[in-house]
Design a protein around this ligand. Structure first.
Ligand code: SF4
Ligand code: SF4
Length: 433
């Protein structure tokens, strides 16, 4: 019987890892649909940024309550999963509490994991309360309708259920240990699950072993399912937050790079020595679709936690404009998924869609380029970079700009300044002095 369990476990583990690796590979392929963007400079600064922002979660502290709750859930869930290593070893080799030989260290670790499990439980319940009872406005913006809210809810409930299974498994285990049941050696300390013992104490050894096994299987299968849910969920950020912060934009906020092709053209016209008159003209200007964005822009979209901090800080959104930087990121991800699905089916030809089927020009032109969104983002996502590139496309490829801007462009072209006066009139005001 034990060997059958081991075989089932190894098959389940192999299948879960295989499917996960395949889906991660698809996300990687979708990210690499973007253009090249060299972010390998200044490695020490990049490591520092990743350690500070992703590991240290320094940008979360701007809002202390969610920061503490997130710390419980994130750290707790990651650390508790160290126990998963033991579960895996037990599952493969048919042992029970493989690391029990570590004695007091093991006992302390199990006690610590139980306390963390409770903190994760409390954190998840409070997150659900904030979302559905306190109804924090940023969780109820139009882009959060449907799947995004369901996704967040599913994960919180799954974490609650997994932690509850872990504690119930430990409760059954400690009763079996106390009764001296075969295979259940004395190991671990149970500061939390000891309070669940009265619920299970009346059962026979056989029933307890069955329940302990059910909770054990439920816990590990739940984790494997959770692992495979991640690539379909905003919770993939628990993996991508690290590379995404490593490859952060290190330039000062507000830096908007000149378009290299245009700079070169102007330099050529001005016969500047560093101009390259033979440089090929670009195929297009700005970004119309995900393939015009950089791989980092697409990685940003896959890293977005949909927390809405950017949107809640966005002055355009606050004043009732259509723009939500969170929606920009969600749209880029949705479009990348759409293109990726076509590739999954072997369809390489472009469809007749692009990012402008997801985003309206009204949203793009509502942006004040203030950078409040990038400042607020806990994982250093840069929605503004995407907005600017799409605006470049609208202006330079489609001549689609708001009338005020068109007037300014004409003035710059004719008068060398944004105003409606010829250059010869510029110093007229001095005649009155
Ligand atoms: S840069 Fe644009 S999108 Fe970002 S907060 Fe400012 S107005 Fe909103
Ligand atoms: S872009 Fe950043 S701040 Fe905005 S929703 Fe995504 S993770 Fe949150």
């Amino acid at each position: 019987m034990q060997i059958v369990q081991q075989i089932i476990f190894v098959i389940a583990l192999a299948v879960a890892i295989y499917i996960f690796a395949k889906n991660v590979g698809k996300i990687r392929r979708n990210i690499l649909l973007g253009k090249d963007d060299d972010r390998t400079d200044n490695k020490p600064e990049r490591w520092k940024t990743m350690l500070k922002v992703a590991f240290g979660q320094t940008k979360m502290v701007a809002r202390p309550i969610p920061a503490i709750l997130h710390f419980f859930v994130y750290t707790g869930f990651i650390l508790i999963n160290i126990e998963v290593l033991e579960i895996m070893i037990d599952g493969i080799f048919g042992t029970h509490r493989f690391f029990a030989g570590l004695g007091p260290i093991y006992n302390m670790a199990i006690g610590f994991f139980e306390i963390l499990a409770v903190l994760v439980l409390v954190g998840c319940v409070l997150f659900l309360t904030r979302r559905f009872i306190s109804r924090i406005p940023r969780f109820h913006k139009p882009e959060m309708k449907g799947w995004p809210t369901k996704d967040a809810t599913i994960i919180l409930i799954v974490e609650i259920v997994l932690m509850a299974a872990l504690l119930k498994m430990n409760a059954c285990d400690q009763i079996l240990q106390a009764r001296g049941a075969d295979h259940y050696a004395q190991a671990g300390s149970f500061p939390v699950s000891q309070y669940l013992v009265p619920i299970f104490d009346g059962f026979s050894d056989g029933s307890l072993i069955a329940m302990e096994r059910i909770f054990w299987w439920f816990h590990i299968i739940g984790i494997l399912v959770f692992l495979n849910y991640l690539p379909y969920s905003k919770h993939f950020h628990i993996i991508l937050a690290f590379p995404n912060t490593f490859y952060s934009n290190l330039k000062p906020k507000g830096t908007i790079d000149n378009n290299a092709a245009i700079t070169n053209e102007v330099k050529t016209m001005m016969m500047m020595p560093d101009a390259d008159p033979n440089a090929p003209p670009p195929e297009s200007f700005g970004a119309k679709d995900i393939t015009d964005l950089s791989w980092k822009n697409i990685m940003d979209a896959y890293t977005c936690t949909e927390c809405g901090r950017c949107t809640s800080e966005c002055p355009a959104n606050q004043t009732g404009k259509l723009l939500s930087p969170r929606k920009i990121m969600m749209d880029v991800r949705d479009r990348a998924e759409e293109v990726g699905k076509r590739l999954d089916h072997g369809i390489e030809e472009p469809d007749n869609k692009n990012l402008l089927d997801y985003l309206s020009t009204e949203e793009l032109w509502a942006c004040q380029t203030c950078n409040a969104c990038t400042e607020a983002c806990p994982v250093n996502i840069d929605p503004l970079d995407i907005i600017v590139q799409m605006r470049q496309f609208l202006v330079m490829e489609q001549a689609q700009a708001p009338s005020e801007l068109n007037m300014m462009f004409t003035n710059i072209e004719n008068n060398g300044a944004p105003w409606q006066f010829p250059a010869s009139d510029r110093d007229k005001w001095t005649t009155e002095i």
